[in-house]
Design a protein around this ligand. Structure first.
Ligand SMILES: CC(C)(COP(=O)(O)OP(=O)(O)OC[C@H]1O[C@@H](n2cnc3c(N)ncnc32)[C@H](O)[C@@H]1OP(=O)(O)O)[C@@H](O)C(=O)NCCC(=O)NCCS
Length: 282
């Protein structure tokens, strides 16, 4: 895998998760058969991966292009990447193949291949202003998620995201492994021993902290816990030196969008997810 990672570092695709490339090509995918490794005239041209291990409301497998040598990877190579991804994903558990734009794929190419717009992803940012954690209601407490909580956290994450498009819930073993390896802990809100909300503050990188994931158990939603979790995450990032914050949210997810706007976030970029059905609906 090291040669693929070296290629990705040398030929990064704008907006692609280069810092997570090892994870995408490793634990997060089904194995080397999920890799898209294209050569043109004997020269490595494009490296991508099909992620179909994660559950999502729209049941999509995502083709993520991680690296592309623009000198050799022309439109024909992009079309070949889609064909390979489609063939691989058709043998997997998902019912659609998805890609994000803007990205390496021109919209015309996607339309020609049968992709249609599915949902939009807003990247939101919020500038500075020190954040302090909100008061926690009686009976509740924050804790760092540990391995022993992994299965419960996975179940709560699945429940919270069951109807949210564009959110990929990794398999339980991947989530547990990640809990141990991530540099900063995922914070969980406990009612007794029960996880009812969670937030994963990531970074900061260059002063910008990311709310990686945030959710509230459906039966506990609407009680102000989403806002509490967001402030907990922002406070953790501010304590680690973040001067600005970012997150991604799917626009069909009006509730989360409203929460973030009311906490000072505004949209800086909108991406569109394009989906290609893999099986007939009947
Ligand atoms: C988004 C989410 C975290 C909000 O948590 P919550 O505990 O229900 O939200 P809160 O009670 O703290 O409400 C916060 C704000 O959300 C918005 N909101 C809450 N319920 C809403 C509803 N039924 N309709 C529209 N907006 C709603 C409001 O703006 C509310 O602010 P208010 O208190 O001033 O009215 C929660 O719904 C969730 O886990 N959703 C699934 C996972 C998800 O979408 N995560 C975010 C994606 S990055």
């Amino acid at each position: 895998m090291n040669d693929l990672l070296a290629f990705v570092r040398a030929h990064p695709v704008a907006g692609a998760p280069v810092d997570k490339a090892a994870w995408f090509l490793g634990e997060l995918c089904r194995g080397p058969e999920a890799w898209i490794d294209l050569a043109v005239h004997g020269r490595r041209a494009l490296v991508g991966v099909v992620i179909d291990t994660c559950e999502s409301a729209d049941d999509g497998a995502e083709l993520v292009v991680l690296g592309r040598d623009r000198e050799v990877a022309d439109e024909a190579a992009l079309r070949a990447a889609i064909d390979r991804a489609r063939a691989f994903a058709a043998g997997g558990p998902r019912s659609a193949l998805e890609v994000m734009t803007p990205g390496p794929f021109p919209v015309q190419l996607l339309e020609g291949a049968g992709f249609r717009p599915s949902y939009q992803l807003h990247e939101m940012q919020r500038q500075g202003a020190p954040v302090s954690a909100a008061l926690v209601p009686g009976g509740l407490r924050w804790a760092d998620a540990d391995r022993a909580m992994g299965a419960q956290l996975h179940a709560v994450t699945r429940a919270a995201f069951a109807s949210v498009p564009g959110s990929f819930v990794a398999p339980v073993e991947v989530l547990v492994e990640r809990l141990e390896r991530q540099p900063h802990p995922t914070r969980v809100l406990l009612e007794g021993e029960r996880v009812i909300a969670f937030v994963r503050p990531e970074g900061p990188v260059d002063g910008v902290g990311t709310i990686g994931v945030l959710g509230v158990l459906p039966s506990a939603q609407g009680r102000g816990l989403g806002r509490l979790a967001l402030r907990e995450g922002l406070a953790a990032l501010a304590a680690r030196g973040a001067g600005a914050f970012r997150l991604d949210v799917a626009v069909r997810n009006e509730r989360a969008l409203r929460l973030y706007e009311s906490e000072g976030f505004s949209t800086v970029q909108v991406q569109t997810a394009w989906a290609l059905p893999l099986r007939r609906a009947d």
